[in-house]
Write a protein that binds this ligand. Structure first.
Ligand SMILES: Cc1cc2nc3c(=O)[nH]c(=O)nc-3n(C[C@H](O)[C@H](O)[C@H](O)COP(=O)(O)OP(=O)(O)OC[C@H]3O[C@@H](n4cnc5c(N)ncnc54)[C@H](O)[C@@H]3O)c2cc1C
Length: 523
């Protein structure tokens, strides 16, 4: 068994874990983050992409609203490359209770969420596809945020302070030395090794899985109820502003423009396991119908991809366990010394991606207190190491970046303007990366053809480099396309059916992909 030693182990490579890693490293601790798959493959990589102004929660969860308002300002400042400041509207459609709008406006004032009522004509001028029958419109400071850019920004910053990240390291045991947690054991799924990491402290940022992880440390009964929600990405930016329905949170009430697409969501269904991420057809139809309420003709756009994520909702005694919609979106920090008599171990879960930094600050403060150290949090003061002139992301950025090298660097993914150099850089940095890992960082195959053209080219380039044999190259392609298909088959209608038929002809008709020599795709 391989052995490592550090001050702090962080379990979980989502927004929260990467934020904790950065905070702990900036306070001078040696830290290692372990993630069972790739960074951002849990809920953070499967969410709606909204950087909340707080408006969504002003009436139902005022504390979360205030936290979101505060954190959105900080994240826009420290992670500019990940954030697009789209702004947001809350609009009262004819289907919404007209009385909610006044309640909403008053609650924004009480919770510190900046809001301004604007004339309906002004909202329609700025978003011409909006339902012309809306009765009132309010402007707020919503934005959209690329989850993977946010996570990797935290990682780059943490690495500058000496932290390490071990992906595909699945924690199978949390070690105890009497009443104290003393480390973890992981299974390294890339190299097939077992790895033991001895540490003074372990922070559990396992999101919807954090109850299972606490259990490994002998801390029983941490109930995290997974609330599954689906989202559907449409093929272009039907709107350029985040559009929210001005009503109590409900299914399909928000459209988020992000990169070249916009995303409608979401649902909220209690499931037994955070790994149960089914995408029921009826929920897809429900999302498309909900889109029509905000933007008449919504269904005429192409639905590109659907996905599901599991909210880490900590069981709330005020709300029935199957009513995940009404459980608090607030964070839950658990001190296992107080709760279970186990020191050196803390859990941080619940919350939102928008509040990840605050969650990291709260739990790192608790760790310092338990260790008797006085070290101040600086994560709100220092931006990610993206260059001192980094500005907030805009949708034209990738196009502008291509201008410089468009004549000498081949484009391999036209939909997302991804170049050969970008692919090669990713393979150089992580020779064991899958195409899905590269997609999460570079957006390979995320556009309208869903990998139809770029998967083939990426496979050829990977094989041509010489360090990947034919079987491995075939496996990369088949696994990538199998995963794209999970988010495609429940949404097929209209032009996307023609696209999928073409893609199928390329891969089955010309390549006979099903019979290529390669291991079975990973499900
Ligand atoms: C449908 C939906 C839409 C949402 N929309 C928004 C939104 O628009 N804006 C917003 O701010 N929030 C949104 N949220 C909430 C937000 O996505 C989550 O609160 C947040 O991403 C949780 O981050 P996390 O890091 O705590 O958990 P995760 O991102 O799930 O990270 C936990 C990690 O732990 C890893 N892990 C689990 N077990 C182990 C193990 N044994 N060993 C090693 N690693 C392990 C997992 O693989 C995972 O990567 C949404 C949630 C859902 C479900």
């Amino acid at each position: 068994m391989k052995q490592l030693e550090t001050d702090v182990v962080v379990i979980g490579g989502g927004a929260t874990g990467s934020g904790v890693l950065r905070d702990v490293a900036m306070r001078g601790y040696r830290a290692i983050l372990v993630e069972r798959v790739d960074m951002g493959q849990g809920t953070t990589g499967r969410y709606h992409g909204l950087l909340h102004s707080g408006g969504r929660y002003v009436v139902t969860d005022p504390r979360s609203a205030t936290e979101c308002a505060h954190e959105t300002a900080i994240i826009s400042r420290i992670a500019p490359r990940a954030v697009e400041r789209t702004g947001g509207f809350f609009v009262s459609t004819p289907a919404d209770d007209p009385a909610f709008a006044d309640k909403f406006f008053a609650a924004c004032g009480e919770t510190g969420v900046a809001v301004q009522e604007i004339p309906v004509a002004e909202a329609l001028r700025r978003e011409p596809r909006l339902n012309p029958k809306i009765r009132r419109a309010f402007e707020v400071g919503d934005g959209s945020v690329d989850a993977w850019q946010l996570i990797w920004g935290n990682v780059r910053s943490a690495r500058e302070y000496g932290a390490q990240v071990l992906t595909y390291h699945w924690v199978t045991d949390v070690l105890r030395d009497g009443d104290r947690v003393s480390g973890v054991v992981c299974r390294d799924d890339v190299h097939g090794d077992e790895v033991r990491i001895d540490a003074n402290f372990v922070i559990n940022a396992g999101g919807a899985w954090s109850g299972q992880i606490a259990q490994m440390a002998g801390c029983h009964g941490v109930e995290v109820v997974p609330g599954r929600g689906i989202m559907v990405a449409m093929n272009h930016r039907i709107v350029n502003t985040v559009i929210n329905r001005c009503e109590a949170p409900a299914d399909g009430d928000i459209i988020v423009p992000i990169h070249t697409v916009c995303v409608i969501g979401t649902t909220d269904v209690k499931v037994d396991s955070a790994d149960d991420l089914a995408i029921p057809r009826e929920e897809v139809q429900q999302m498309l119908d909900a889109g029509e309420v905000l933007v008449p003709g919504f269904r005429q756009a192409r639905a590109l991809h659907a996905w599901a994520g599991a909210r880490p909702l900590v069981k709330d005694s005020r709300v029935a366990a199957d009513d995940t919609r009404h459980m608090s979106r607030g964070m839950a920090g658990i001190d296992h010394k107080d709760r279970d008599g186990v020191s050196g171990f803390l859990t941080i879960t619940g919350g939102k991606a928008t509040t990840y930094r605050l969650m990291a600050e709260v739990i790192t403060n608790a760790m310092c207190e338990q260790l008797g150290h006085e070290r101040t949090c600086r994560t709100a003061d220092e931006a990610f190491p993206d260059g001192e002139h980094a500005k907030n992301y805009t949708v034209g950025d990738r196009l502008a970046a291509r201008e410089a090298d468009r004549l000498d660097d081949q484009i391999i993914c036209e939909c997302e303007l991804m170049s050969r150099r970008m692919l090669e850089e990713s393979l150089d940095a992580t020779p064991t990366a899958t195409f899905d890992d590269i997609r999460r960082q570079r957006r390979l195959g995320m556009g309208p053809c869903q990998g139809g053209f770029c998967a083939l080219r990426a496979t050829g380039i990977a094989h041509e480099r010489g360090d990947i044999d034919g079987d491995r190259a075939n496996e990369l392609m088949r696994t990538f396309l199998t995963h794209r298909w999970i988010g495609l088959h429940t949404i097929l209608y209209g032009d996307q059916v023609k696209q999928t038929a073409l893609d199928n002809w390329i891969f089955q008709g010309t390549l006979d992909m099903e019979h290529l020599p390669a291991p079975e795709p990973i499900a």
